[in-house]
Structure formats: C-alpha cells, structure tokens
Design a protein around this ligand. Sequence first.
Ligand SMILES: [Ca+2]
Ligand SMILES: [Ca+2]
Length: 333
Amino acid sequence: MSDIEADRAKQRGVVAVLASAIALACAGPGTEPPERSLEAPGVQEAAARAMASLDRRLVCWRGETPRFDGRIDEDEYADASSFRWNAEWIEAMQQEISSRQDLDFEGWIKHDGKHVHLALDVTDDLFYGIDTERWLPPQAPDAHVMGERERGWPWFGDMVEVLLYGRMLDVGEPISDVTGDGRGVQIIYNLTKSHEGGVGVPGMLPHGPGRTVENWENNARWILDDVIETRTVMIARENRYMVEFRIRLEGGIEITDGGYWADGDADTPIGFNLAVGDVDLAENSPDGLLHHETWWAGKTTPRDRSPRAKLWGVLVLTSQRKPVQASGSGRLY
Ligand SMILES: [Ca+2]
Ligand SMILES: [Ca+2]
C-alpha cells in the first residue's frame, strides 16, 4: 500500500468510526422506546414466573410535577401515560359494570424524578356513606373498625387499590401475599375512611384483614411515613371524585433488595396493578361484598390453584419524556 492509499484508508477508518459514534449518540443509551426493555429474554422470563402480563403495560414517563391538590387540571397530565376503564378490565364481583353512570374512570401516571404521580377521575352514581347510609354487610359488622390488623374491611366502600411489585425482575416469583416492600405492596385508597383520618376522611389504609404482621406493618409504614400520600376532590353534583396519589421513588419503589429506582437509571419494568371498587346501596351487593371491583391486570390466579398468586401488569419506569404527539384537537402535547 502506498502512503497515499494508506492515508485514504486511514481517513475511511476515521470516517467509519465517526459515523458509528454519531449513530450511537443519536440512538444513544436511553432513547430506545421504553417498551423495548420488555423484549429482553430475562425480562420476559421473570415476568412469566411472576404472573405479570406484558400485554398490560404502561410507561411511567418523566414529566412535570403536578400540583398535589386532588384536582386534575387540564393538561396537568398531558405528559403522562393515560388509561381508562374499558371492557378489558376484569371484574371480580358478580355484577358487571352496566353503565358509565354506575362506574367509569380515567387515569394517568408519570414521575418527576422524586415521586410517581398517579391520578384518577372517577364517575360513580352513588357515593357510599355519603349518598347512601353507611350500611354494613351482615357478615362484616366490623367492616369499619380502624387500625387493627385482624378486623376491618379497608376496601369496603368506593375505593382504589394500588399494587406495586418493584422487585419483579429481581425476585421473579409469584406473590400470594404481598409483604409491603419490593416483594409487593397493596395499599387501599378509600373515599370515606383512612388510617390517619378515621371514618369520614378519605385516604389510605393498609390492606387487610388477616394479613401477616409484616405485611400490615409495612403497608402502614408507607402511609405513616408519607411514602404514599393522596389528595381528593369530590364533586358530588357531578357524581365524580378525583384522587391524586404521590409515591416516593426513594424509599418506595424498591427494585433490588434495599435499592430504589432513581431518575437516570435504566428503563425498568416493575409489576403494577390497579383495582377500582364501587359500593352503592345494599341491594346492589346481594352477597354483601362490593358492587364492583374491576382490575386492570386481573386479581389472582384461579381458586383451584394453590397457593393463589396475584396477577400483574407492568409499569416501565423511564427517565425519558413522553414523545410530543399531535392531539385530535391540533393542540400539541
Ligand atoms: Ca356506582
Ligand atoms: Ca359507589
């Protein structure tokens, strides 16, 4: 090779290296669509073992911090992923949702680097304990006993259950009883009672009754230490309430034993599920349970399977912002 040819070859090499560096910078780490993380064989295997469906998926984008006041203002969650009730939600009670007036909701989720923000706008024709008597199921006279692990039905009322399985990839096992940490958290928001405020005050309650001491104390700690907080706005004349949740990343979203997901970390799928519950009149609950309990990713494996395991969808935590999209109204999000 002559000197000229050698120089040209060297230039071609430099150009090739530069081109691949530019391609890498453009593709860049962290600019792949967050859902791409679900394609990794290790993720698919862990999710399958953990009973998490990759078909139920939401991306938790990094977005602006919403005003934490319970009110969902226009465009406050335009940079969040959204969901709403549809026939694919799985009803756990005997009564199907027959009208949008009976129960309907829309929701959003995102994070701001410090908290996960989840918001729901719920339509319900009768607020239990407000529009109705605070009637009690015959089999549960202690349904509203507060602050005790063995008694009380925290979920009895108009409510939202939030479930997180932060260590889904790390542990990769089915969960039959959440433990209140990265191995599964199940906390209940109730429109008319709360662990800290008692009967009549909306807020959070540890799951129960009859859970393990570890489960109950860990779930209660989330509430008492403000790892999870809620704000509510009720618009009774519209048969509608709005609830905003904020859940701390640090100390909350545990993805390895004692390790918490932080902004800047790799895109990470965690187990996630939601249930929205509705109690109306006693005559609407012939079995003394809820009128509706509708689940995003299903509730548990069938009764004949032992131990029964909780079902999950996935929430992909990402540091990326939601791509800007043109909306139907022509407004840019
Ligand atoms: Ca209803
Ligand atoms: Ca209701």
